[in-house]
Design a protein around this ligand. Structure first.
Ligand code: SAH
Length: 248
């Protein structure tokens, strides 16, 4: 079981697999006023940077589940590197339907809401693991301006413009699901550049090292097309943020 290999190739050097910088991740950790010992569940934990740095900086304990074998291995190495391997655990597997055995104070899905079949389904899934009074974290894109055309949506790699909302609409949607939005930290264009542009050097180095690989033509096509697509669409039209929610 694994995610499509192109992601493992293009994002092999990423510590954070979304438009957050290390500073934004730290800002979010501080904004949540985490108490030492707080249990955190992270569905789609990637290379584990959120759990590992929050364990180091705030003394949280946590579990991350991710379907990428590579990212999960990197998360375990990162935990060792930061000296928090006794506080955080990373499990390779499908997080769909995963409910924690012991309830948690923070249940997160940051940039992987397809795991619950969309934002609403992911919030329901996370809620099943949450202690009373706990916080749900959802990382999700939104349109910076709208309404975007079908071409813009496609350029942003969305299926349709209806895949995302404008920020006020996204915030209102959490209310309609019965949640207060109690915090949010939003990515910016520099963060998008770190996420997207970092893939290009990784892909270029991978291509130079693996010219005969069966994925080489796919990686070559992406490296050729991505800078222009990204600058024309994602960078201009798509916002991204992590939203902290508490049940009303
Ligand atoms: N939250 C992490 C990773 C976001 S990228 C971060 O912010 O860095 C999306 C992640 O979801 C990837 O790591 C991918 O491997 C993982 N993923 C995709 N489908 C999944 C599934 N069904 N179960 C668990 N993880 C999944």
């Amino acid at each position: 079981m694994d995610i499509p290999r192109i992601f493992n190739v293009a994002e092999s050097a990423h510590r954070i697999h979304n438009p957050f910088t290390p500073e934004k991740l730290a800002t979010l950790g501080a904004a949540l006023r985490l108490e030492p010992g707080t249990r955190v569940l992270d569905l789609g934990s990637g290379s584990g940077e959120m759990l590992c740095t929050w364990a180091r900086d705030h003394g949280i304990v946590g579990t991350g589940i991710d379907m990428s074998r590579l990212f999960t291995e990197q998360a375990k190495l990162r935990a060792e590197e930061l000296g928090v391997a006794d506080r955080v655990a990373f499990v390779h597997g499908d997080a769909a339907g995963h409910v924690a055995e012991e309830k948690v104070g923070v249940a997160a899905c940051v940039g992987a809401t397809w795991i619950g079949g969309g934002v609403a389904g992911t919030i329901r899934l996370l809620a099943a693991s949450l202690d009373a009074g706990g916080i749900i974290l959802v990382g999700e894109p939104y349109w910076l301006r709208g309404p975007p055309t079908a071409d813009v949506a496609k350029g942003c790699l969305a299926g349709a413009s209806s895949d995302f909302l404008l920020l006020p609409g996204l915030l209102a949607s959490f209310g309609k699901l019965g949640y207060d939005v109690v915090e949010m930290v939003l990515a910016d264009q520099d963060g998008w550049d770190r996420y997207e542009a970092a893939k290009w050097l990784t892909m270029r180095r991978w291509l130079d090292a693996n010219p005969g690989d069966e994925l080489a033509s796919v990686v070559r096509a992406q490296l050729t097309a991505e800078p222009e697509r990204y600058a024309a669409y994602t960078r201009e039209y798509l916002g991204w943020g992590v939203f902290a929610l508490m049940a009303r």
